[in-house]
Write a protein that binds this ligand. Sequence first.
Ligand SMILES: C[S@@+](CC[C@H](N)C(=O)[O-])C[C@H]1O[C@@H](n2cnc3c(N)ncnc32)[C@H](O)[C@@H]1O
Length: 188
Amino acid sequence: MNQMNYYTDGWPLLVEMCPCDVHFTEFLEARNIKNASIFHFGTGTHHHVGIRCAENGSNNAVLGITASTQEIEAYTKLAIENPKLSRSYKVFFGDIYLLDARLLPEFDVVSLFHLCEFWGPESATYQAMTDLEMLNLLTDKTKAGGRILFYTKSMAFDRAGPLIAEWAKTRPVEREGEFKTLLVYCKK
Ligand SMILES: C[S@@+](CC[C@H](N)C(=O)[O-])C[C@H]1O[C@@H](n2cnc3c(N)ncnc32)[C@H](O)[C@@H]1O
């Protein structure tokens, strides 16, 4: 069996190259989404989504997942230095393709900007879920009326796009529209 697919480097905030996290918080603010529970795939070293939600008065609670040791170290430092922030912003280290439904609550908003970007053949050696299985699991964990968001400029959108179209035919979701670079679905 291979080791878990993980990364030792982290991703800084590069808004020109990858604006998804900034567009996400702009979306939440534009839609006036408050007091929501949010699942966020891929925190970056910057932890923009969790920090912004903790500081903008929205009272949104964010659970982030990262497979980067540098990003989880950055979160550990952030939590130690900002205990108040760490109440509503929590991050765990792990492979999203190894999520266990029994350990997750239901969310109002789920961001899956990196769908199809990081699954590799080695993931199969430890029975990781496929992208569709992971998407279905998180759809089941989205509340009725909740939103699931994708990133149209993802480096894997050529694969994620058709997968999303297939998924939308089989799950109780409908396309709400686009917000900047994000594609928004609503769960019925
Ligand atoms: C390209 S970075 C983008 C980070 C951030 N969303 C941004 O736009 O700045 C990809 C993110 O996905 C996370 N990631 C990659 N593969 C993962 C996996 N299998 N499970 C969980 N997180 C993963 C990385 O740790 C990283 O946070």
